[in-house]
Design a protein around this ligand. Structure first.
Ligand SMILES: *[C@@H]1O[C@H](CO)[C@@H](O)[C@H](O)[C@H]1NC(C)=O
Length: 165
């Protein structure tokens, strides 16, 4: 499916008044659009990322809610990441498996308190390697309303003050 067609499809779904939504858009390929990161790749990846913003999903592979969430997260990631992206370069979407022991320290430094947990911020702030929710001024913030693909997209649209889809 061409990116333009996908774009139209999403536009149609998000503006129609019936109950269809971005969540109904079929998954088009089996390759993940979100980038898997771990403790050895995390810092370097964000140092080099040219995107304006980044989202990190902290999850645990054993967590059923995380498995269900993956479909939603991927639907949004496809809009921004990968060869079929309709809005490339703005937001890089990533994930870290906190159930992998090598990532325990990384997840602790980002104050991961539940799964899945989404953080938003400029890539360079993630490269700094920590987040403390009690400190307000470090430009990383928790995405409190991203439970479905549509919720997440709405949150992003609001945050960047632009209607992307
Ligand atoms: C992190 O991911 C990279 C690339 O996928 C992989 O080569 C490496 O072995 C992983 N490192 C750890 C500690 O899991």
């Amino acid at each position: 499916m061409s990116p333009i067609f996908l774009s139209l499809l999403l536009l149609l779904f998000s503006h129609s008044s019936d109950s269809r939504s971005i969540a109904d858009v079929p998954v088009l390929s089996s390759a993940d659009a979100a980038v898997d990161l771990n403790s050895s790749t995390f810092e370097d990846f964000f140092k080099k990322s040219p995107a304006d913003f980044a989202i990190v999903e902290f999850f645990a592979h054993w967590c059923p809610a995380c498995r269900n969430y993956k479909l939603h997260y991927e639907k949004v990631a496809r809009l921004f990441n990968g060869p079929g992206a309709v809005h490339p370069g703005i937001i890089v979407m990533t994930r870290v498996d906190c159930a992998d022991k090598t990532n325990t320290d990384l997840c602790d430094r980002f104050s991961v308190s539940r799964y899945p947990m989404l953080l938003w911020g400029p890539p360079i702030k993630f490269a700094a390697g920590r987040w403390d929710p009690k400190k307000q001024n470090n430009e990383i913030q928790s995405i409190d309303d991203g439970r479905t693909a549509e919720d997440l997209l709405n949150w992003i649209n609001k945050r960047i003050g632009r209607q992307l889809i």
